[in-house]
Every structure is written in structure tokens, then in C-alpha cells.
Design a protein around this ligand. Structure first.
Ligand code: RIB
Ligand code: CA
Length: 313
């Protein structure tokens, strides 16, 4: 089994934190670094959360770097209503003892990707500001990166930030446009599939029996977003948005991807941040990316839960 190496670009965030744990529980992947971006919570808080979650899992060798603290053009928005004041829902972790690396996230991405050309994937599960900056400043990344897996967008599904737009893309649609049109190989993992992969109260009960720091964390963090989703969108569970993007890297048989012309609306207005696929290729363009539009949802949730239970022991 070849280990897939990747950088996690993230705005931790509850499902981001679950993705960090999922990566640590999965020998099929090697998380080379965590780069943090403004999104669910301010970037500085995201760095604290990333360091704290790594320490919770007794892992302190993975470099964490501070990234962009605001979108390229738009004002900062966060998602306190969804992820709580500290970004981790009801969970309270001790302040981390470890510190972020000195290097900026964009430079850390440059160095790891260019020093390991063809070997490094990026799993981007927050707004794409860091990725867009890296591509614009160091365009050789486009050829050197193996593949970028993006949790973001909604193709045939409604948005979760506006009726049209998904949060990560809505936060920084200009960054998304840069990434989509850069020529970089990417796979979008949109709400079309992630909203099918729900961790439910029944799943949390399996973790509750373990009564360990990690199982308690998962329950307290996830409960917060489950309450929000059920009240605001009638979604009955914790949507495993970000963990599914990681699964696109090493559990490819769980989803079906289509090669499409993918774009995003960057104009101010009701559809700002709307991602779409030109299924009939009206503009006769070449497909620029892949999108996961079908998923074996329960198989994925079962796999995720198995790894969480293993990690929580
Ligand atoms: O829309 C869901 C995405 O936005 C997830 O990545 C979640 O963590 C938030 O960043
Ligand atoms: Ca996220």
C-alpha cells in the first residue's frame, strides 16, 4: 500500500478537527503539515485549535503554519453560529503547549510541494485563500503538486451559506476562481455528497461508551454542529464535509467523480460564490477539474466511525 502524502489546509472548525483525527487514524495517508486559513474561525484561533487537537491525539511532530487571515478581496466572515465561539463547538481543549512554525503557510506549501515534486497532495477544507496565494506567488506549484482535493461548493445542491453558495467558496470566491482556472489538478467534494455523509446521535452513542478524552472531544464538538444543522437546515446529523474530502484522497472507491468544466460566480449579488458545472459544455471548453457527485455514504460513515473508535481507545 503506497502511503499518500498530503498537506491539510484548514479552518479548524469542528469537521476540520475530525479530519485531523481521521488522518492520524489512517495509516494510508501521511499528513506532512497543517496550514491554517481564516474561515470557520479567525486564523489565529484556528492555529490554536489545530495545535490543541494534535496534542489531544498526542501528536506534536506535524508542523502547523499560520496562513492568510482574510480573503483576497472580500471582508472577513467567520461561522461562529455553526462552530461556536472557539471554533470547536462545546469542546474545550487545554491551551496548546506547542507553537506554530515561523514560516508562513504559503511558503510552507511551496517548500514541501516543490521539494517533493509529484509526491504531495493538498487537502483543502477551508476557504482557498492560502492555495490561491501559493499558486499566484509560486506558479511552479501547479506542475509539482500531485492533486488538490477541495471540500467546497455545491453543484446540484443548494448552498449552506446562501441559497446558492457553500461556505468555503462563499468566503473567498476569488481565491476559488484562481484555483479552478490555474491548471492545477483538482477534485471538488461538494455539499452534493458531503450532506449525505451524516454522523448521527446513534454513532455518538458508540463513542460515548469509550469515555476517553478523544471520544469526549468528538461528541462535544459534533453535538454543537448537529444542533445547528437540525435547527437551521433540517439536516439530522453532523455532516462529515471535511473528512469526506480526505477520503477522496485514499478511499476513492467510495465516490464517483466526473470530469467537468467547473466554475464559480465571483460577482457580488445573490449567486456570489455559486459553483457550477457546465454539464452540456455550452462554451466548448476543456474540463478543468473533477467533482464527486455520487458517494457510498453509509460505507464512508462506517469507515470514519471505525477509525474514530480505534483512535479513541
Ligand atoms: O461548508 C462546509 C465547509 O465550511 C466545511 O469545510 C466547514 O468546516 C466549513 O469550513
Ligand atoms: Ca473546514
Amino acid at each position: 500500500m503506497k502511503t499518500e502524502r498530503f498537506i491539510l489546509d484548514t479552518d479548524p472548525g469542528i469537521d476540520d478537527a475530525l479530519t485531523i483525527l481521521y488522518a492520524l487514524a489512517s495509516p494510508e495517508v501521511k499528513m506532512e503539515a497543517i496550514t491554517v486559513v481564516n474561515g470557520n474561525c479567525p486564523m489565529e484561533q484556528g492555529v490554536i485549535n489545530a495545535l490543541s487537537v494534535l496534542e489531544l491525539a498526542k501528536t506534536t511532530q506535524i508542523p502547523v503554519a499560520k496562513g492568510m487571515d482574510k480573503p483576497l478581496l472580500l471582508p472577513v466572515i467567520n461561522a461562529e453560529v455553526t462552530h461556536g465561539k472557539n471554533g470547536l463547538g462545546y469542546a474545550e481543549l487545554p491551551a496548546p503547549e506547542t507553537k506554530p512554525v515561523e514560516k508562513h503557510a504559503v511558503e510552507l506549501i511551496r517548500d514541501i510541494v516543490l521539494q517533493n515534486s509529484g509526491e504531495i497532495n493538498i487537502v483543502a477544507i477551508g476557504p482557498l485563500t492560502n492555495i490561491a496565494m501559493a499558486i499566484r506567488l509560486y506558479p511552479q506549484i501547479v506542475q509539482a503538486v500531485k492533486h488538490i482535493y477541495i471540500m467546497g461548493g455545491a453543484i446540484n445542491h443548494c448552498g449552506n451559506m446562501t441559497p446558492q453558495a457553500e461556505f468555503n467558496i462563499y468566503c473567498d470566491p476569488h481565491a476559488a476562481s484562481i484555483v479552478f482556472h490555474s491548471g492545477v489538478p483538482f477534485t471538488l467534494v461538494p455539499l452534493d455528497v458531503t450532506y449525505q455523509t451524516l454522523m448521527t446521535e446513534k454513532d455518538l452513542q458508540k463513542l460515548a461508551e469509550l469515555k476517553t478524552p478523544i471520544s469526549d472531544f468528538i461528541i462535544k464538538a459534533s453535538r454543537y454542529v448537529m444542533e445547528y444543522l437540525s435547527e437551521s437546515q433540517e439536516v439530522m446529523g453532523c455532516a462529515l464535509n471535511d473528512p469526506l474530502a480526505l477520503a477522496a484522497l485514499f478511499q476513492k472507491d467510495l465516490m464517483k467523480v466526473s470530469h467537468l468544466v467547473i466554475d464559480v460566480d465571483t460577482n457580488a449579488g445573490v449567486s456570489m460564490g455559486k459553483t457550477f458545472a457546465d454539464f452540456y459544455n455550452y462554451d466548448h471548453k476543456s474540463a478543468n477539474g473533477y467533482a464527486a457527485l455520487e458517494v457510498c455514504a453509509q460505507d464512508f460513515v462506517d469507515h470514519f466511525m471505525k477509525r474514530m473508535i480505534q483512535l479513541s481507545q
